[in-house]
Design a protein around this ligand. Structure first.
Ligand code: NAD
Length: 391
């Protein structure tokens, strides 16, 4: 159970790049990182607009002198301080992740970066080698994956509760981009449909990287052999970037999977669903009911498992905070991820590789696999929706 007890010697000095006023994702980073007292927000280059970034940083309690006009100035100035930053979160649009992460590692900082991590697997491998050389960790904020029910599903699969895994059904869809209005008026949407900033995909990178990581977390034994992706731009101006995609998956061991991702699922506010089907039973998770897991054993009444109950696996309940009487949700899921980043950073700083090897959290490898996923999907789709070997 998580209850605010000290788990590392002192709060880690933390800064943000991006996540400024009006940004979509800045607040949840701060609410997660600051939740358990393991990080202290001491600096930031919060905004592409330097003055707005300084005003915003000051408003949220950061020393105005440590609200910097850009990340290069922040890394240089903080390096001169005895109490300088130790880790930085990168919460800027996709095209900037690689250069900011590289600069941060070269400045001697740990990095927590948004997804999709970068555009090319080769960039991910280069950054992985750099992080290893510098003795730093790179974490990726697949925020939904901190839900306790992900760990329950992982344990159930590992312990054979479902039998042999046969099918994996994944969905992450919404309908908020069903028209092109947002593409024109919303700053946070404009860049998502611009390949120079978003990268080679829209929804595959923006949405499905989360769900793909969750499937890897739950079923680490499943390795993709081939996939086939068909992607569409229902709003024509978005082409070549897709606002809808279907992916069929063949795993090396004969299991199969299917993923649907969409921003034009009109009427849907949040269709984030994972169903794992084995030879004996199935489990199903929906982001709208994060305190529940549906467990269906063939031939038996349907069961609903409730978060924090003692019948769940210890690995699941280790991350619970409020007991089963009260609901937890996405903000707790994110806080769990940030807690693990803190444990990883502390372990790395102490040279405790054993703790690091056992810690389950979205690390650089999870980021690289997300890039590989998008690259292979785009390759398949652009070749005419054909099967491609997953490389
Ligand atoms: P946004 O457009 O709403 O906000 C981007 C913020 O970054 C703004 O404050 C902007 O001023 C700032 N910025 C841009 N370039 C900068 C630079 N060079 N230096 C400093 N600040 C800069 O974008 P968003 O929706 O918050 O997305 C940001 C990132 O987070 C993207 O990579 C996106 O894919 C990811 N994201 C992740 C999740 C999740 O659940 N993990 C959810 C939404 C977005």
């Amino acid at each position: 159970m998580i209850n605010g007890e000290r788990i590392i010697p002192a709060p880690i000095r933390w800064a943000m790049v991006g996540g400024g006023q009006g940004s979509q994702i800045g607040y949840i980073h701060r609410s997660a990182a600051l939740r358990d007292g393991v990080f202290q927000l001491v600096a930031g280059a919060f905004d592409i607009d330097a003055a707005r970034g300084k005003d915003f940083g000051t408003e949220i309690g950061v020393d105005p002198e440590r609200c910097y006009p850009d990340y290069q100035t922040m890394f240089a100035e903080e390096a001169k301080r005895a109490d300088g930053i130790e880790v930085v979160t990168v919460a800027t649009p996709n095209s900037t992740h690689y250069q900011i992460t590289k600069a941060a590692l070269n400045a001697g900082l740990h990095v927590i970066c948004e997804k999709p991590l970068f555009f090319e697997v080769a960039e991910g491998e280069e950054i992985k080698a750099l992080a290893a050389a510098k003795g730093k960790i790179v974490g990726v904020t697949y925020g939904f994956s901190g839900s306790q029910m992900m760990l329950q599903m992982r344990e159930m699969v590992a312990n054979g509760d479902l039998g042999e895994i046969r099918m994996v059904e994944l969905q992450y869809t919404h309908g908020f981009s069903s028209t092109e209005v947002g593409d024109k008026v919303s700053e946070g949407q404009k860049w998502r449909v611009d390949p120079k900033i978003a990268g080679p995909s829209f929804v595959l990178g923006d949405l499905s990287t989360h769900t793909f990581y969750m499937s890897e977390l739950i079923c680490p034994q499943l390795k993709i052999k081939q996939l086939l992706c068909d992607r569409q731009s229902f709003i024509k101006s978005r082409a070549p970037l897709e606002d809808n995609a279907y992916v069929l998956i063949r795993y090396e061991n004969g299991a199969v999977g299917r993923l649907w991702t969409s921003a034009v699922n009109a009427g849907c506010m949040n269709g984030h669903r994972i169903r794992i089907i084995g030879s004996k039973a199935s489990i199903e998770f929906s982001d709208h009911q994060p305190n529940e897991l549906i467990y269906e054993v063939q031939g038996q009444p349907i069961q609903k498992m409730i978060r924090a109950m003692p019948y769940l696996y210890d690995a699941c309940n280790a991350d619970e905070r409020l007991g089963a009487l009260h609901a937890e949700g996405l903000t707790e899921s994110w806080a769990n991820i940030y807690l693990k980043f803190a444990i990883a950073i502390d372990a790395k700083q102490r040279g405790d590789e054993e703790t690091l090897s056992k810690l389950v959290y979205p690390n650089i490898d999870a980021g690289i696999e997300g890039i590989r996923w998008v690259q292979n999907c785009v390759k398949s789709a652009d070749a005419g929706a054909v099967w491609v070997d997953f490389k």
